[in-house]
Write a protein that binds this ligand. Sequence first.
Ligand code: COA
Length: 377
Amino acid sequence: MAQSNYVPGLEGVVAAQTRMSKVDGLAGELVIGGFKLETIADKASYEEMVYQLWYGRLPKQAELDAFTAELAGLRALPPAALDLLRTIAHKDLDLMDALRVAAGVLGTEDGAQQSDEWLAKRLLAATPTIVAAAWRLRNGQDPLAPDAKLGHAANYLYMLEGEPPSAARARGLETYLNTVIDHGLNASTFTARVIASTASDFVSAVVGAIGALKGPLHGGAPGPALDMVFEIGEAGRAEEVLRKKLEAGERLMGFGHRVYKVRDPRADVLAKAAREFYEADGDMALYNLVLDVEQVAIRLLEEYKPGRNLQTNVEFYTALLLHGLGFEVPCFTPTFAVGRVGGWLAHCFEQRESRIIRPQSEYTGEEDKPWVEISAR
Ligand code: COA
């Protein structure tokens, strides 16, 4: 029998070349669009960050103004998307399901343009509108129309809450969205690239990526990570609670990563942004508890999974920052999608320059079964 080249989970397999981001899992470094994460994340607006990825350079002021205005004009949802959201709304609606359903309608409206660039702008602009509308409908409130005077991040907060946010909160969210915009060939980005590689449309690519991001092993971890911190409640209980989980074979959410074998560099950027809000609020107790839980978790992971180098990942501090910004747990993963959609689309553009992605599989079944009539099975 031929020797197998199969690599479970495609670990270590290089399946794309990209200018979007470089993830150095051993050094704990992340470069996005040519910038070290810590150089750009808390400075660029989200629109600038997207422009950098899509067009390969930072925009000049007039270019940024035009890009921002065009996106702002594409935020409102088509009536069919709103109708769908109203139809499926209930108090436990998973907002990722809502996003998957409503994003699929984009581009089907009368008069919609179908160029890659137009669809990309439409998807980017409308994603926060869908999440905010679904959130409000879930809570029995009417969706709000977007406010074109506000930037992408500030408008998202406005559409969720009904009040324009402070500049500090908008900045905090922007830092988060920039931090998660792209991250090498993660599962959802790979999904988007596979779909774009078939010459299918960008809406299909993004809908597929939303489905991949939803899973708790990818983008679904911050909610459970925060639940875990609340369950622990006080630093003195961390060891007992976490030990029990590990003894039961559970995974500690917010820890471990396929690529990073050291602390995820995004954790530091998010922790720094989070600290401001907790300090301003006077609620440092939760912030400090998170730090304590992290220390105990890393120590116990080394004890239970020696040599695996299971470290803090982006989701752990996502939970802290988004909670500090006033987001509720059901909005965590959809807000990740609001940031990541810019990266998915950047990869879709890039994938257009390449070939269809079509790897091989290795057959492990039988090869010569006899046919058995149904009456004899
Ligand atoms: N808690 C406890 N054990 C963990 C763990 C965690 N968070 N992450 C990995 N492990 C263990 C696995 O059980 C496995 O142990 P085993 O070999 O004794 O069975 C070993 O470490 C390797 O895990 P594996 O599933 O092969 O790693 P992976 O590269 O396929 O998975 C993740 C990476 C991110 C999916 C994984 O670390 C995980 O599930 N983390 C928790 C979810 C999370 O935070 N996701 C967000 C990612 S940004």
